[in-house]
Structures are given as C-alpha cells and as structure tokens.
Design a binder for this molecule. Structure first.
Ligand code: HEM
Length: 520
C-alpha cells in the first residue's frame, strides 16, 4: 500500500480541529489526527481533551508521558496527517541510524566533538562507526523483539555477524583472525587490538536488553577461548570454523548447583575408559548461558589427577533444561545434565589435571569484557536519566531543577566516567602485554575493576529508579529501560566471579607484590 501524502498546515488551521469529533494535535511540528484513535488511546480518551491539547501543540505533554519510539510504531505513525508549514521536527531518538548522541556523558569522551584521547586511532573511529550502524540497524530491532517474545536471537543476526567476522573479533586479537576480512575490510587482522574489541562489546550492550545481550553468543565469548588456546590442532580445525561462522554454538559449563566460584568444589566427573580412548562424563551444570541451544560444552570436570577441562559435544546423554531467571529466556540459561557421555580423549583442553590454568587464563578476558559492557550500560542509564529529568516536570519545574536529583546525576556521571577511564588504561596495558604478562599483572586490577563496575552499577540502578519513580519499576513506557536495568543488574555482579570474591582476589594479588622491605 502506498504511504499517504502528508499535507502542510498552519498552526491556525490545526487549531480549528479542537473538538471530540474532530481532534487534531501537534507533536514536534507534526500534525496528528487522533479523532478515531481517541477511544483506543492506552492513556484514556479524556486526557486528549484536556486544556491545551485539542488543536494545540502537545509536544511537552506528550514527551513527559511517552517515549519517542511510540510515534515510530507503525500503528501510531499512520496517525500523522501532515506537518506545520515552514517547521522542521527537532526530536531525535536514541537508537538512530548509527548517530552519536549529543546528550552530555551519553558517549565516552573519545566520541564527543572537541575531546581527545591518547588511545583511539583513525582505525578505531572508522571501525566504531560501522559497528554502531550495524548494531542500530540489525541488532537493536531483533533485541527488542526477542526480549519481548523470549525466543533466542534470530539466526539471521548470527549470520550477518559472521559475514562481518564479528564472532571472531569478539575473541579478541590473535591468530584466529588471520586471513579473515574484518568488517568488510575496514580493519586488517594484524591491526585489530583490544580497543577494537572494547568497541564491539560496548556497542552490543547498547541494545538495552540484558538477556538478549547474553543470548547473542556470550557463550562463545567465554566458551571458545579454551578451545582456541588449549585445543589440539585437529579439534580446532573442526570446531572453530563452525562456531565462528555462527552455524554452531558453544557454551562454558563450569558452575554447578553445589559450586560456583569454588572451582575445586565441582562434582562433575570424567573417568577414562579402560582402553584409554574416551572420557565418560557424569554430572550436572547450572546457570549455563546459551546452553539451551549449544552444540558444544566446554566442561570443567573432576578427574583422577585433579581438575580437567573437556569439550563435550551434544549427543545422547546430554540434556539441557531452561532455568527461569530474572532476565529473559533469550539468554538460553540452562541446567545441563551429562549422563554417561562418551567423549574422545582428543577433546581434552590443556593437560590432564591442568584445568585450573585453562579456566583462570580465560577469566581475565571474560571479566574485562564484562567491565566493557557494564561501563556502557551505566552510560545508557545516565542518558535515560538526563533526558527524563529534563523533559519531566514536577511541581511546575523540570526534575533537574531539584538539587537532590542533580546530586544523584553527579554520582552516576562520576562513576561511569571513572570506570571508563580505568577500563581504557587496562585495555592499553593489554595491548602492550603478552597473554602471560596479562595473567600475572592484570588479574588483580581487572578483578578490582569488575568489582567496582558492578557495585557502581547497582548504586546507579537504585538511584535511577528513584529518579523515575513508579516508571522505574514498570516494564513498559518511559522507564522501561530503567526497570530492565534494575531487574537484571545482579547478573553482572555475579557472572564471571562474585563481587566479594573478586575484591578479595584483587587485594590478595596486591599483597603478593608487596616489597618485603616496605615500612611506614
Ligand atoms: C499521537 C498521539 C499519541 C499516541 C500515539 C499515544 C499513545 C500512547 C501509548 C501507546 C500509551 C501507553 C504507554 C506507552 O507505551 O508509552 C500512552 C499512554 C498515555 N498517554 Fe498517550 N498517546 C498520544 C498522545 C497523548 C497526549 C497528547 C496525551 C496528553 C496528555 C497523552 C496522555 C497519555 C497518558 C496520561 C498515558 C498514560 C501514561 C502512563 O501510564 O504512564 N497521550 N499513550
């Protein structure tokens, strides 16, 4: 059906349509005929007839009660019949065709006009532009739709990410990128560094859907590195291409009902068959992200010699059941059972009894990724709060005219800026250290940064709910991102190591480096 032609009106003409049976309004220089819609309006019919609305400019009234996206929904978009002669719409939405937000602190400083950074090059800037556009155009709509219906992220999104080699890039810099065309050739594999990866992690979480963010191959980000770093050449040649092409899926299966952070307390066992050719795996795993649809499981097992990591393929004896958590089923969180599962010994990752090294070496990168996403999600909350407190009026004044509200905003901004700065410093160190040096020198700082990020995130979530009031606990409408953030924030504080455990780890690492002769 051809779209109807929009007409041009003067404000005086619109003003004549001010009755119940002939009801027009102006929102951001666009003219809407809401006569028939009035009785279907979710906010009730009467509000559309209140003083200052019929035939008038209802922009301020509208934006104090609705998100801009309401007007972009097809069923409401068609209510527009024209626009005001000689005027241009002024309002821009957050997710906007790759655009950079102009709201203060809504972007990290390196993306803001007039600010500088020692870390990002032209390559990062080009790369960022393309990644943001991809996330806005392809990922955001799928994230919102899947978060609503609870289904796994669409295969089309995985396929498109694979075309650009985004799955491979999310593994970080390294040999696995060799020979690949990254982001249509925007970055050469040897040029790709941890700042490029930081950009991907931060842009993914702008989709504002925490469960979907994890559904979008978080299992691969944490489950594939042990294969890449410790798998035999044959195993890698078979598994890595399938996973990085988005055709098959992998997850990390460590935590159990009886043991989470306590890796040595795991009870899943792997025993060798008499001929020594297979492992027989038995046990259960809990809270396994992407487990619902995983083809491969990177499993921590108790073996005769201690703790060993084994790649288990989905087969008879492997069962996955959904776990209902505070976020959506889009993450594929599962309870996994292994019942006499026969796995070739060649699927062992690293050495027998050397599993702790495999897992620990993976943790730094995993936690660093979580710091990237935590910083970016907090920034989105800052943007939501700055917009809301500007457009929402209470007691006749915008919310941001209250000192107590501004004090909350100040805390949020200071926290997010300090996290991003610390994160960029650590990322710079990662770019200049070998993997081994990173393990020695950065495990402590990364643990402390993650602890600080997630504690800050919880403070910010609580403050944001106070600022949004009832809307901060309502799943639709103005505060929907705040409600979602507040409801799902605990995940960040637990995944990849609980806050208190990480705080302790960070300080113990520092204590180990204390000079023997240091005295007050
Ligand atoms: C084209 C014009 C409009 C459309 C398409 C529209 C649509 C909607 C929708 C979809 C909702 C449900 C909440 C949400 O999803 O955000 C809503 C709620 C509401 N609308 Fe409208 N609306 C329009 C104009 C107005 C105007 C001019 C007013 C005047 C004050 C108004 C007052 C309200 C109120 C009071 C609510 C309830 C808000 C809440 O529960 O927090 N609406 N509207």
């Amino acid at each position: 059906m051809a779209s109807k032609e929009l007409k041009s009106f003067t404000r005086e003409e619109v003003a004549k349509h001010n009755t119940e049976s002939n009801l027009w309004i102006i929102i951001d220089s666009k003219v809407y005929d809401v006569t028939r819609f009035r009785n279907m309006h979710p906010g009730g019919a009467s509000v559309l007839l209140e003083e200052g609305i019929p035939g008038e400019d209802a922009t301020e009234a509208f934006y104090s009660l609705h998100r801009h996206e309401v007007l972009e929904r097809p069923q409401y978009k068609r209510l527009q019949i024209g626009y005001i002669q000689g005027e241009e719409p002024q309002i821009v939405s957050t997710i906007n065709d790759g655009a950079i937000s102009k709201v203060p602190y809504a972007e990290p400083t390196w993306l803001v006009d007039g600010y500088h950074s020692p870390y990002y090059t032209e390559s990062h800037r080009r790369f960022h532009k393309a990644v943001r556009k991809f996330m806005d155009d392809v990922v955001y709509p799928d994230a919102q739709a899947r978060e609503a219906d609870g289904k796994r992220p669409s295969q089309l999104v995985f396929d498109k990410m694979a075309e650009l080699e985004l799955h491979a890039m999310r593994m970080g810099p390294g040999k696995h990128l060799k020979g690949r065309t990254l982001m249509n050739g925007l970055v050469k594999p040897e040029e790709f560094d941890y700042f490029h990866e930081l950009i991907i992690s931060q842009e993914v979480c702008r989709c504002g859907a925490r469960g979907y963010g994890d559904g979008l191959n978080a299992g691969c980000v944490i489950g594939l590195p042990p294969v890449l770093n410790f798998g035999s050449p044959e195993l890698k040649a078979r598994v890595v291409p399938e996973v990085l092409s988005g055709k098959k899926f992998i997850c990390l299966a460590i935590s159990e009902a009886q043991a989470g952070s306590d890796v040595f307390g795991l009870q899943t066992t792997a025993t060798k068959t008499e001929d020594g050719k297979h492992w027989i795996v038995n046990g259960t795993k809990k809270w396994i992200t992407n487990g619902m649809w995983a083809d491969y499981f990177t499993v921590g097992c108790k073996t005769e010699d201690g703790f060993t990591v084994i790649l288990v393929e989905r087969q008879e004896g492997v069962e996955t059941k959904p776990i209902k958590t505070a976020y959506s089923p889009t993450a594929g969180t599962s309870f996994v059972t292994f019942d006499n599962v026969k796995v070739p010994v060649e699927n062992m990752l690293g050495e027998e009894g050397g599993g702790i090294f495999v897992i620990l070496s993976n943790f730094n990168h995993e936690r660093w990724v979580m710091c990237c996403t935590s910083a970016r999600s907090q920034r989105s909350v800052v943007e939501e709060c700055l917009k809301w407190t500007t457009q929402r009026k209470a007691f006749g004044k915008p919310l941001n005219s209250q000192a107590v509200v501004r004090a909350k905003l100040a805390g949020m901004i200071a926290r997010v800026e300090s996290i991003q700065s610390w994160l960029e410093n650590i990322t710079h160190q990662m770019n200049n250290m070998s993997y081994k040096e990173q393990a020695n020198k950065l495990a402590g700082p990364i643990a402390l940064l993650k602890m600080y990020s997630t504690r800050s995130a919880q403070e910010t979530a609580t403050d944001a709910v106070q600022i949004f009031g009832g809307r901060g606990v309502t799943q639709t409408g103005m505060g929907r991102f705040i409600e979602h953030y507040h409801r799902t924030i605990a995940f960040d504080a637990l995944l990849g190591g609980a806050e208190d455990v990480l705080a302790d780890l960070g300080v113990r690492q520092a204590m180990r480096s204390m000079p023997k002769n240091a005295r007050l």
